[in-house]
Design a protein around this ligand. Structure first.
Ligand code: SAH
Length: 490
């Protein structure tokens, strides 16, 4: 691994980004930084760069330092409150790009990022802060957003905030000398950083990717080239059952024709007998999505299982499963507690994924109704209820908002609504139907406290009170924070 200096090695230029890769947003790489608002992470690209010596006076929610400059507030990646630093500022259209050049007065919270790719990758945003400062930042973020409601509880942190991701994918490419490389994309680009280890990934998963990278040449698996559309292997996606030890390997290829696949499977499973299943996913589209529609099982049963809160769950390549199961158990534990179930309640598990929260709650509820958009996830949820001997849960495929509108129109009853929507939160159809259904309690699980606060404002206006809020650090080293809230009907 290459060595990289601390603090001041913020060297990448935008020119370099352009030379090496297409600049496009990669939605599928969920844990990677997206371009943030007006100040991108990218270094100077305009003509008139100025360098200013500024002192950071706060944090943005996405972990960037805030500085005041010429009457404007700018965000500076990798800068910490209290620090004085040289910052390059470039005007680009209406916006300003900032780049931390040199820290003159470091904060006591500054840490040396353990990952050598940290400043290039962008998947993590907080490795330049020590753990307690990360916790404090996330706590402050949630505290600030939840000010209109109730004071949040202390954040639930992770003892070992590394190696936690149970789902990883790496992308492959060729250098100009036609050497095979594989790793994660550099931030805001499709330039691949050749790496064997991402320290928030499951270590076994990375070892398997490393082995595959080494096998590609002899199996004539040419990396796919996004620009020319030539080549075969696009990505390798690995899912690990942290409790079960089961491992799924998904080879994402541009074509279904995989000569030598049997020998490949034999060689890979010989090297890694811990692999439970291998699939070939065909993605022949010009897309940032990792997985395509077609799938072929090459080895094993095509799914893995994992245990969460004492229940077994089946996971398929496409279905959503929380990526940090240790913290998920804490999160779900709090969510079920907040639901205050006595065994009689009708519980709606909206945005239910593979049914995890609903099935865990079903043990303490009268009945559970789950709704989820992704049909693979719904199929997994139904299988999961059978696998766990649950007979008081039903799962439906559809838009959660539309489903709730129908329930409200039919005059159906629900005592508790648990919702866990994606980052953009819920919608008015859903929330207004909650108000019509009048559940006694609403438990709102969220991976984006900003949209959670927005949606809770609606519920509070329409007859609910927020009683408790619990932040949970599900994604250490990144600026993301999860939050679960309990609302009760007045
Ligand atoms: N509760 C689950 C999944 C949460 S992630 C868990 O903890 O594992 C959010 C889920 O919402 C995803 O499974 C996604 O497919 C689903 N989803 C997204 N938009 C939706 C919509 N409009 N209606 C229903 N489900 C939706």
């Amino acid at each position: 691994m290459s060595k990289r200096k601390n603090n001041a090695s913020f060297k990448k230029s935008n020119k370099e980004q352009k030379q090496h890769g297409k600049k496009k947003n990669h939605a599928a790489q969920k844990h990677q930084a997206k371009p943030q608002g007006n100040q991108g992470n990218s270094p100077n690209q305009g003509k008139k760069a100025v360098t200013a010596e500024l002192t950071c006076n706060g944090f943005s929610n996405d972990g960037k330092g805030l500085v005041d400059w010429e009457g404007k507030q700018l965000k500076v990646p990798y800068l910490l409150p209290g620090e004085t630093a040289e910052i390059a500022i470039t005007k680009k259209g209406k916006y300003y790009n900032t780049k931390l050049k040199r820290v003159l007065k470091p904060s006591k919270d500054r840490a040396k990022p353990p990952c050598p790719y940290y400043y290039d990758c962008g998947g993590c945003q907080l490795q330049h802060m020590n753990s307690s400062a990360q916790d404090q930042l996330k706590q402050n973020t949630v505290d600030h957003l939840m000010k209109p409601f109730v004071k949040p509880e202390p954040i639930m942190t992770m003892d070992h905030p590394w190696d936690y991701r149970n789902k990883n994918h790496m992308t492959f490419g060729l250098t100009r000398n036609r050497q095979i490389i594989g790793g994660l994309y550099a931030q805001n680009t499709h330039r691949i950083i050749d790496m064997d280890r991402c320290i928030i990934h499951d270590p076994k998963a990375d070892q398997i990717v490393h082995t595959i990278k080494g096998m590609m040449k002899s199996f004539k698996m040419i990396p796919y080239n996004e620009d020319s559309g030539q080549g075969f292997l696009r990505h390798v996606l690995i899912k690990v059952g942290k409790a079960s030890g089961e491992i799924m390997v998904v080879l994402v290829a541009a074509s279904p024709i995989f000569k030598g696949k049997n020998n490949f499977v034999k060689a890979l499973t010989k090297e890694h007998p811990e692999i439970s299943t291998i699939l070939l996913n065909i993605n022949d589209k010009d897309t940032s999505m990792v997985l395509g529609d077609q799938e072929k099982v090459l080895y094993g049963k095509g799914t893995i299982t994992d245990t969460l809160c004492g229940m077994k769950f089946e996971i398929s390549p496409k279905s959503f499963y929380q990526i940090n199961p240790a913290q998920t158990e804490k999160l779900y534990g709090r969510a079920v507690e907040m639901a205050e179930l006595t065994g009689k309640e009708t519980v709606i598990d909206a945005y239910c994924g593979i049914g995890t929260i609903g099935l865990i709650a079903s043990q303490k509820a009268g009945k559970v109704i789950g709704v989820e958009l992704n049909k693979d996830a719904v199929r997994d949820a139904i299988r999961n209820s059978k696998r766990n001997g649950v007979n008081n849960a039903r799962f439906y495929q559809g838009d959660a908002g539309e489903f709730m509108v129908q329930m409200a129109n039919h005059g159906d009853k629900a005592d508790v609504v648990i919702l866990d929507p994606p980052r953009n939160g819920s919608d008015e159809a859903f929330l207004s139907s909650v108000v019509k259904l009048k559940p006694k309690r609403v438990v709102y699980v969220s991976c984006n406290p900003e949209t959670q606060a927005r949606d809770m404002k609606y519920l509070v206006k329409n007859g609910y009170t927020v009683e408790e809020i619990q932040p949970v650090d599900m994604f250490p080293q990144t600026h993301h924070v999860e939050s679960v809230a309990k609302l009760v009907r007045k």
